[in-house]
Ligand binder design. Sequence first.
Ligand SMILES: Nc1ncnc2c1ncn2[C@@H]1O[C@H](COP(=O)(O)OP(=O)(O)OP(=O)(O)O)[C@@H](O)[C@H]1O
Ligand SMILES: [Zn+2]
Length: 486
Amino acid sequence: MSLTLYNTLTRRKEPFTPIDPKNVRMYVCGPTVYDYAHIGNARPVIVFDVLFRLLRHVYGADHVTYVRNITDVDDKINARAAEEGISIRELTERTASQFHEDIAALSILPPTVEPRATEHIDEMKALCEALVAKGHAYVAEGHVLFDVASMPDYGRLSNRSLDEMEAGARVEVAPYKKGPMDFVLWKPSKEGEPGWPSPCGIEGAGRPGWHIECSAMSDRWLWEEVKDKLSNEAKARPHQFDIHGGGIDLTFPHHENEVAQSRCAHGTPVMANVWMHNGFLQVEGEKMSKSLGNFITIHELLKTDKFGGRRWPGEVLRLAMLMTHYRQPIDFTATALEAAEKVLRNWYRLIGDATACEAGDGQSDVQTKLQDDLNTPQAITALHAMADALSNGGDASALARFKSAANLLGLLTMTQSEWLAAWNADAKLDEGEIEARITARLEARKAKNWAESDRIRDELAEMGIQLKDAKDPTTGEFTTTWEVMR
Ligand SMILES: Nc1ncnc2c1ncn2[C@@H]1O[C@H](COP(=O)(O)OP(=O)(O)OP(=O)(O)O)[C@@H](O)[C@H]1O
Ligand SMILES: [Zn+2]
């Protein structure tokens, strides 16, 4: 077994060695809960779910702690709640439960811990105090600010020098900052904004900056809560953990600043050993993002016909996403979803209602490929090879091996009946709609548009509707009837 991962910190692929193999620890930045998550946001959730599954498989399910937070205090949240005229709590609760509903449909395992920022304010304040006491932060006009000049290797993660950053700083610098790149750890809250008693002798209420939230939550759940059960080697490396992940846009400033806060507060050489970043999901070459307005939400993809004129099963989105390596950009298209759906349909047909089982003997090619920096495209190729072999005849254990190899990617987690039933229930096709599609298909046939006619047949089959074509022996007329597949 050898797992290699690309590390943003060293800019190369390296063998992964956990600090304590009995307690592998990973933190991934979760959503800021003020709006529906878009499918770009789904990418880190899916990618790190695959890594979580792989780590559990390699080190044992009870030996991996995965923390993915919820950011429920942020100025974007305040603004949205005010806009909608609802309380912040109402907005964050609603958005967080929508997020959970959405990602459950993508077969995402729940993380070990899902901490909320508002439940860790004391830890954030303690970090502010420690940073001020050690001369890495200062108080100015009700703010606590991190003094980046106090950290000699600030910029190491994102590979940029402080001079370069300062020269490029175009934002207007607040007059109370010592240096233009100094960032906020704590800021004052006005009447009506969420606030807590401030640290560092500041009077009045305030709230944390975004970066300090992740430094506090990762240390609480990956060090404080687990330190007693760690190996002696791991105890000798306090406040450090194995893997920290997120989208590539978080490298700077968010992760750079997390590193600065955590290392300076605890006096450590690293915050996390391995930093992993997924590439963007793009639309016509541009990052899918809320601010550009070019986004489609997970909810819309699953429940409405806004993308490609139809609804899509969550597992299709998951497979389509994993067809590209996590560090590459993905250009998102309906064609990719269609291709993924076709593959899944075939695979489900192949496994039928075989129930899940653990792969007993040996390591599959799928696992080997995943262990090479999560090479999901090659893992999927390996799954195709297993599927081909199976369709030429295979015994129950070959089937079980195929299914558990697919499970490692979070695929084929259901039986074929469950998949059809889930999709049918979701599609809620009424008879009128089925008839309308059959008419459309007959028209396509008349026009000799075989591709379209096949597409409609496949689409209905996907929803569990089987078509039967017949020619009337007397009139020669072509007719189609349908029935629900069993
Ligand atoms: N288009 C995208 N492709 C891949 N990952 C993305 C994309 N957009 C956001 N992410 C990731 O989603 C996670 C949640 O981030 P966050 O809640 O800050 O979203 P966001 O950056 O505010 O979205 P937006 O850029 O649309 O405003 C982060 O790990 C971020 O890197
Ligand atoms: Zn974070």
